[in-house]
Design a protein around this ligand. Structure first.
Ligand SMILES: [Fe+2]
Length: 377
């Protein structure tokens, strides 16, 4: 029931949302005994600077009653930040030109694309390519990977966005059925829309999720399209969430490694890699699930050994040869899709399974990836 023993303060982005007093409110979790009550008091004071006090009480109550945060009894700051945005109390959208572009991409581009595809006659071709789901099997050599676990198979699914696309859910189920893996990782974006009802995802998830056969379980993180309302129903279906947390994967061979997951960095600004790494011993092999490649530099500096992500969809609409027309990430070009490395850290950006905006892809077939890990030493 203890809150983390680190001092956390609102990010600069958060401070810029509303006008701040001369001295910014600071949220300190390193109080005398780190009890949840102390966290509440500190957070209540901080909220009072951000929104009217009566509303702050209501918001705080909602955050604390969230049943979904994985059972620790604590309420980390990054989680509160996500929940505040989900409840509409905080808007961390970029301002200026970048904000305008975001709104254009979210609000105007989907209907424009639908019209364009329909009247150009390209809709059917784009849909066929969106259904051209492939399994990519790749060897990957990982630093610190235990020799005893050479050949360990990690199945990676990202950006399912599958609720309005039952044909794709069926394709995915068919593809997954014969696969046996040691670990399955889901790196976010279960839902197609950015907001609205989360429950609509479940009927399509129920088509493919039961087909996964993974010896050490199925782990997941949330993407920028996902809300915390998804956590409980998908946990009931067997997904173990790692939201700014790490867990040791103990194998029957006696060799272990650590699996970490961070929350979404692009929309909710809720990733906290430092927190996820809190309990990891020195020299342990660390495999990180992140929704997007936007944390690559931070992860490489934090000694992550393998970084698995999605989010970019590989561009989704590409020129012949696969060059993306648009990319929704500030990452380096090398990280837009496929295998890459940063220092000694190996990484892979999945082009994902589903689609954003419209059910179409061009020169960018969707993928499920199966990694076979071996030690780099
Ligand atoms: Fe996505």
């Amino acid at each position: 029931m203890n809150a983390p023993a680190t001092e956390i303060e609102p990010s600069q982005q958060l401070e810029s949302v509303t006008e701040q007093p001369a001295k910014s409110p600071r949220l300190s979790l390193s109080t005398a005994n780190n009890a949840l009550e102390d966290w509440e008091i500190a957070f209540r004071k901080w909220l009072a600077h951000e929104i009217p006090t009566t509303e702050a009480e209501r918001v705080l109550a909602k955050i604390l009653e969230s049943p979904s945060f994985p059972g620790s009894g604590e309420v980390p700051f990054a989680w509160a930040k996500r929940r505040l945005q989900e409840e509409g109390y905080l808007d961390l959208s970029p301002s200026g030109i970048k904000g305008y572009l975001h709104r254009f991409m979210d609000d105007w581009m989907p209907p424009m694309l639908r019209v364009l595809l329909r009247y150009s006659g390209l809709a059917g071709w784009g849909k066929r390519q969106a259904l051209d789901l492939r399994l990519n099997t790749l060897p990957v050599k990982v630093r610190h990977w235990p020799q005893e676990l050479n050949g360990f198979r990690i199945l990676h699914l990202s950006d399912m966005h599958i609720d309005p696309f039952p044909e794709l859910a069926e394709k995915l189920a068919d593809l997954l059925r014969p696969i046996e893996c040691d670990l399955c990782l889901l790196t976010g974006d279960f839902r197609f829309a950015i907001d609205g009802d989360s429950e609509q995802v479940l009927p399509q998830v129920d088509r493919w999720l039961p087909e996964i056969r993974s010896r050490y379980g199925v782990y997941g993180i949330l993407g920028n399209h996902d809300e915390s309302a998804l956590l409980a129903p998908l946990a009931e279906r067997g997904i173990r969430w790692l939201l700014n947390e790490g867990t040791e994967i103990k194998t029957e061979k006696g060799a272990n490694f650590w699996l970490l997951g961070v929350d979404d960095v692009n929309h909710y600004h809720a990733a906290d890699l430092e927190r996820a790494q809190q309990q990891i011993p020195n020299d342990a092999c660390q495999v990180l699930m992140a929704h997007s490649p936007d944390l690559v530099d931070e992860a490489a500096q934090a000694d992550i050994d393998l970084y698995l992500c999605g989010h970019t969809h590989g561009g989704q609409f590409c020129l012949p040869g696969g060059t993306p027309l648009l990319v929704n990430s500030d990452c380096e070009k090398k990280c837009i899709k496929g295998s890459w490395s940063q220092g000694e850290m190996q990484g892979y950006t999945s082009v994902g399974i589903g689609c954003s905006a419209v059910q179409a892809r061009f020169f960018c077939s969707p993928e499920v990836t199966l990694f076979e890990l071996t030690s780099a030493s």
